[in-house]
Ligand binder design. Structure first.
Ligand code: ADP
Ligand code: MG
Length: 305
C-alpha cells in the first residue's frame, strides 16, 4: 500500500490491483470532475480505511469463499467512513437467499430450490430435488462471475451424479446451494442487465449465455462474458424498476436511493422476464457499452462527497 493521496477509495481485489479495465473510465470521469481516487485492495491489512471519508466498492470479486470476512470488512470501513453501498445492504445482498425476500414481495424470480448445509442431506435427498427432465443449474448462494456454477442434463445419469457431487462438495464446506431449471431462452435471448444510479435507470446491456456444462474446477476470478449494448424491452424495464422501487422495504438500510444497483433478468419459458440476481455489492457496470454512463456515475459519486 502506497501512502494515500486521495480522499476517495475505490475498493478492488488483489488480483485486479488497477481495477477491472471497465472501471478505468470511471476513474477518468471522476478526475475530470476534480475527484482523485486511490484504488485499494479490500483485504490489504496495511490499509488505514479511516483516511478515506468515502469508499466505493468496485471489483472485490474474490470474497465468495469467505463472505464473513468481507462482511466484517464492510462494517469495519463503516466505523470510520461512508461505504457505498452501505454495509447493511451488502450484508443482505452477498447471499442470493435475498431472492426469497423479493419473491415474498411479489417479484418474479427464477424458480429455485434451496439446500441448507445444516440439513445434512444425503445423495438421495439431493437427487429427489432435481427436476425430472431437462437441464438444470447448481450454484452456491454466494457467488460472483459464475464461479462454482454448473449446468446438468437431468436425462443423463452420469450428469445427475456429477450434479450430486457438485452440490455435496458445496454443502460439505457449509455453503448453501441453489437448484434451478436451466431457463433455455437465455441461449437465444441472453441475459439483460439494467444499471440504476441513485435509483434512476442509467443503461442496459446484453450478456450472452454462460453455462455450457457441468462444473469444472478452474482457477478463474470470473468467466468471460460476451457483452453487447442492448436496450431493455418495456417488460424488462418495468420489472427492473419494480425491483429497485421495492428495495427500501426489503434490503436493510436501503432507505433512500442506492448509489448503484444492477438488476439481471432472463426470460422464462413463456418469454417473461424473471430476476436472476440483483447486484448491490460489486457489479460490473459496463461503462464501455454505454456512452455517458461513466460520467453519470461519476456525477452521482461527486454529489455524495
Ligand atoms: N437458471 C438459470 N438458467 C439459465 N442460465 C443460468 C441460470 N442460472 C445461472 N445461469 C447462467 O449462469 C450465469 C451466472 O449465474 P448468476 O446467478 O448470475 O450468478 P453470479 O453471481 O455468479 O453471476 C448467468 O449469467 C447465466 O448465464
Ligand atoms: Mg450473474
Amino acid at each position: 500500500m502506497t501512502t494515500p493521496t486521495a480522499r476517495l477509495a475505490l475498493a478492488t481485489c488483489a488480483e485486479l490491483p488497477e481495477l477491472d479495465s471497465d472501471d478505468h473510465a470511471l476513474r477518468d470521469a471522476l478526475l475530470e470532475r476534480g475527484v482523485a481516487t486511490d484504488v485499494v485492495v479490500w483485504d490489504d491489512p496495511t490499509v488505514d480505511w479511516g483516511t478515506y471519508p468515502h469508499v466505493v466498492i468496485r471489483s472485490t470479486w474474490d470474497y465468495t469463499d469467505r463472505p464473513a470476512q468481507f462482511a466484517d470488512w464492510t462494517r469495519k470501513v463503516e466505523r470510520t467512513s461512508t461505504l457505498l453501498n452501505p454495509a447493511s445492504v451488502v450484508g443482505w445482498n452477498i447471499d442470493k437467499t435475498y431472492l426469497r425476500d423479493l419473491e415474498k414481495a411479489g417479484l418474479p424470480i427464477v424458480p429455485t430450490i434451496w439446500l441448507d448445509p445444516e440439513r445434512n442431506l444425503d445423495s438421495r435427498a439431493i437427487h429427489t430435488r432435481f427436476p425430472a427432465f431437462g437441464d438444470f443449474v447448481i450454484k452456491p448462494t454466494v457467488s460472483a462471475g459464475s464461479r462454482d456454477t454448473g449446468r446438468y442434463d437431468a436425462g443423463v445419469t452420469q450428469q445427475r451424479s456429477l450434479a450430486i457431487t457438485h452440490a455435496k462438495n458445496l454443502l460439505s464446506v457449509g455453503r448453501r446451494v441453489m437448484i434451478q431449471r436451466y431457463l433455455r431462452k437465455v441461449d437465444t435471448a441472453g441475459e439483460t442487465a439494467l444499471v440504476f444510479v441513485e435509483g434512476q435507470f442509467s443503461h442496459s446491456v446484453r450478456k450472452g449465455a454462460l453455462l455450457e456444462g457441468p462444473f469444472r474446477e478452474e482457477q478463474v476470478l470470473y468467466r468471460d462474458e460476451t457483452l453487447t449494448a442492448r436496450d431493455a424491452t418495456d417488460a424488462e424495464r418495468e420489472l427492473a424498476e419494480r425491483v429497485v422501487a421495492a428495495l427500501p422495504g426489503i434490503a436493510p438500510g436501503a432507505d433512500g436511493p442506492l448509489l448503484y444497483a444492477r438488476v439481471d433478468l432472463i426470460p422464462d419459458d413463456e418469454g417473461n422476464p424473471v430476476v436472476l440476481e440483483v447486484e448491490l455489492t460489486e457489479p460490473s457496470l459496463f461503462f464501455a457499452l454505454s456512452e455517458g454512463s461513466a460520467g453519470r456515475f461519476a456525477d452521482a459519486i461527486a454529489a455524495r462527497l
